[in-house]
Design a protein around this ligand. Structure first.
Ligand SMILES: Cc1cc2nc3c(=O)[nH]c(=O)nc-3n(C[C@H](O)[C@H](O)[C@H](O)COP(=O)(O)O)c2cc1C
Length: 384
């Protein structure tokens, strides 16, 4: 296939894979799509390590990077006071998660130190979102042969757009509404990733089926030809073909890679995902403070139940939920049934279509074949 996005990114099939797992990224790029490494949690040092590994395993094929850079890159020299941040977490929220674990047979008291340690590390790595570290992250990124850079939240800062232009690297941004897409193109992004509400991770309310034509039509109305990648619930080539029939230039998928052989998803959660249906996800604020779609489990059910504390704003709610969930992940891989039950992770409604474990390369191949079948099905329908 050869369309605009293929030309822009130097790929043969316009399927883009978002993943926090470098093996998935390299495998998808080698298979003819484009892997995009989720580097949101990386420090400049770990990002350097991850990108160097990808460089060594991608056989010269194009790959991309997804990070969060605040719109104003500033704050150099300022530091967070970790104790002040930790003190801002209400006892009510911590007590709720402790009771929840205890109720499911996870000894919250015994793992309290582990949880606090993860929490402290998390506060330290929140520095990444601040200006000084963000600038160092951008420097690392552009020292590698990335062929796409995406900003996960909000409008990319001017410095990111300028560096992209200087290095000939398209800058992409994720949007969940037509209005956000318009603001992003006005700011000068090169690729819009329109994410429907079915998506795993942070997501809006508008379904992919409505959002894609809305965004494509809005761009056409102002004579803007910025290509759009469709995201949210896409787990097959037929869905990708449908998105492209609505005006998208390709697909951006996150969930479908989580059950691949290469993915570092907790094996217990991987198994849950393989048998989950499209009804087994929930869009909730309880993990990060902003609405994000996750696999339902007794953990997410408890947060949705009457009497649960109101989730705190970002990033405080992450400090409430993430440390116990990471500890639960570890315990779930042993004998603790309660931890196995509670374990959850971000995933979209497309989980209902992810029923067989494959390698990431096989997923790309399946997408290609299913895309062609869908195309032929449509042509046959038109002839009838
Ligand atoms: C486990 C997981 C983690 C995610 N983390 C990020 C992230 O760090 N940055 C980002 O831009 N998007 C992130 N996303 C969202 C994806 O970029 C993408 O919008 C979404 O996965 C598309 O919908 P799908 O999950 O139905 O394929 C994440 C998605 C998942 C499933």
């Amino acid at each position: 296939m050869n369309n605009r996005i293929c030309d822009m990114l130097g790929i043969e099939f316009p399927l883009v894979a978002f993943s926090h797992c470098r093996d998935v990224v390299a495998a998808v790029s080698r298979a003819g799509g484009m892997g995009v490494f989720g580097g949101v949690n990386c420090s400049p040092e770990t990002l350097e390590e991850e990108l160097s590994w990808i460089d060594d395993h991608v056989d010269g094929k194009p790959y991309g990077l997804d990070i969060i850079v605040p719109n104003k890159v500033e704050g150099k020299g300022e530091t967070l006071d970790p104790d002040a941040v930790l003190a801002a977490i209400p006892d009510e929220h911590k007590q709720f998660t402790n009771d929840l674990m205890q109720h499911h047979g996870v000894d919250a008291e015994r793992i309290a130190d582990d949880i606090e340690m993860v929490r402290r590390d998390q506060v330290a790595s929140a520095e990444n979102l601040r200006g000084g570290t963000a600038a160092a992250i951008l420097d690392v990124a552009f020292r590698h042969p990335i062929k796409l850079i995406a900003n996960a939240l909000g409008i990319p800062p001017q410095v990111m757009l300028e560096m992209g232009e200087r290095h000939g690297v398209p800058v992409a941004a994720l949007v969940g509404t037509r209005e956000h897409a318009m603001s992003q193109v006005a700011a000068g992004v090169d690729i819009i990733i329109a994410v429907g509400g079915e998506a795993g991770g942070h997501t809006g309310e508008i379904s992919t089926m409505v959002l894609i034509p809305e965004v494509c039509n809005a761009l056409a109305e102002i004579g803007d030809d910025t290509p759009v990648l469709a995201a949210g619930g896409i787990a097959t080539g037929a869905q990708m073909a449908a998105a492209m029939a609505m005006g998208a230039s390709g697909a951006w998928c996150g969930s479908v890679w989580l059950t691949t052989v290469e993915a570092e998803t907790n094996p217990v959660v991987k198994e849950k995902m393989l048998v989950a249906t499209s009804r087994d996800t929930v869009r909730a604020r309880s993990r990060t403070g902003k609405p994000s779609r996750q696999l339902r489990s007794p953990w997410t059910d408890a947060w949705e139940a009457e009497g649960a504390p109101t989730p705190l704003p970002m990033p405080l709610q992450s400090l409430v939920a993430e440390p116990p969930l990471r500890t639960i992940d570890k315990l779930s891989q042993g004998e603790n049934q309660g931890a196995k039950d509670l374990a959850t992770y971000w995933v979209g409604q497309g989980v209902g279509l992810m029923n067989t474990q494959m390698t990431a390369g096989q997923v790309v191949q399946e997408f290609k074949e299913d895309f062609l079948t869908a195309f032929e099905r449509l042509s046959t329908n038109l002839e009838e």
